[in-house]
Write a protein that binds this ligand. Structure first.
Ligand code: URA
Length: 188
């Protein structure tokens, strides 16, 4: 899609905040097929920064395993912040605000039905919530981004699941719920 190529190009040439001084390269979204779902993470980690692709490190492998097990064949994987923060620190609110225009453009371009917010930073970036993740996890909210309405399902960040294996079952359930919301409406 032309609009996506324009967004990728704008991300590649962005230096609107200081993260562009320390990252290796920005990490544009990855789109497969004509997706109805976005998986939205926090920011690229070390491996993503090196490869220029989102969710390709250990956390990414877990996310992709859950997506495959759920049945996803078409998807859009992205981050609220497109450049790796130094030492993988949490992105600052200013960095999220500056970078959010890309996510809004992605939504306007692809008009997804559902955004899966992976972890607290994604939830905060998309919904503006600042509540403990466990309060919102597994729940579905409504968001309007760039005038486009979409549902938002909040779940754990896969890196948190790697740190606490007891979260794995709920995480996989949430990703399956996302699949059912899109492809098996009414059969939940
Ligand atoms: N963590 C994220 O939030 N995003 C990535 O792309 C990789 C790890």
């Amino acid at each position: 899609m032309d609009c996506l190529e324009g967004i990728r190009e704008a991300i590649r040439s962005c230096c609107s905040c200081d993260l562009c001084k320390t990252r290796t390269q920005p990490v544009p979204p990855e789109t497969v097929g004509s997706p109805k779902v976005f998986f939205v993470g926090e920011a690229p980690g070390r491996e993503e920064d090196l490869q220029g692709r989102p969710f390709v490190g250990r956390a990414g492998k877990l996310l992709r395993e859950a997506m495959e097990e759920a049945g996803f064949k078409e998807y859009h994987i992205t981050n609220v912040v497109k450049c790796r923060p130094p030492n993988n620190r949490t992105p600052k609110s200013t960095e999220i605000e500056i970078c959010k225009r890309f996510l809004i453009d992605e939504v306007k371009c692809l008009k997804p039905e559902l955004l899966v917010a992976l972890g607290k930073t994604a939830m905060k970036g998309i919904l503006g919530f600042d509540v403990p993740l466990k309060e919102a996890r597994g729940k579905v909210y409504k968001a309007k981004l760039g005038g486009i309405s979409a549902k938002v399902l909040v779940t754990y960040h896969p890196a948190a699941v790697l740190r606490r294996r007891s979260l794995k079952e709920e995480f996989f359930m949430d990703i399956k719920k996302a699949y059912n919301m899109i492809y098996k409406q009414g059969k939940l």
